[in-house]
Design a protein around this ligand. Structure first.
Ligand code: FES
Length: 147
């Protein structure tokens, strides 16, 4: 069934999101928000042998943001941290079969939250400094025109 503007994959992940929830005492945690629409996404990871052993998310946001969170957790699970760090905003949107143009920005939250979770783990183990993770990945320009 073709939905207006949304791929079947987006609808499927929105209706049946994977990896929803919280990991208690996660090894890494990322939280990003979109200042314009107020949508918020959290990603929790457990790391084993430098790989994402488990990953969960909580998203307070639009349907696209939920589909993106679900998809990115599937894409990242089992990957090495370096590989998962390479998953881009565009990769998630592509994997979902695209998002309507006015919803492309929703994919930003997923990739950014994942990257923040990985970086927070790297800070924990001393691979990165806290100062290094606050500078990059500015969320300016991530406006939600649909809101
Ligand atoms: Fe704000 Fe989708 S993330 S409308």
């Amino acid at each position: 069934m073709k939905q207006i503007g949304y791929s079947e994959k987006v609808m499927e992940h929105f209706m049946n999101p994977r990896n929803v929830g919280v990991i208690e005492n996660p090894d890494g945690y990322g939280k990003v928000g979109n200042p314009v629409c107020g949508d918020l996404m959290e990603i929790f990871i457990k790391v084993l042998d430098d790989k994402i052993e488990d990953i969960k998310f909580r998203t307070f946001g639009c349907g696209s943001a939920i589909a993106v969170s679900s998809m990115i957790t599937e894409m990242a699970k089992g990957k090495s941290l370096d590989e998962a760090m390479k998953i881009s905003r565009k990769d998630v949107a592509d994997e979902l079969g695209g998002l309507p143009p006015q919803k492309m920005h929703c994919s930003n939250l997923g990739a950014d939250a994942l990257h923040e979770a990985i970086k927070s783990y790297w800070v924990k183990i001393g691979k990165l400094k806290q100062e290094d993770i606050t500078k990059d990945e500015s969320h300016e320009g991530d406006a939600c025109p649909a809101q």
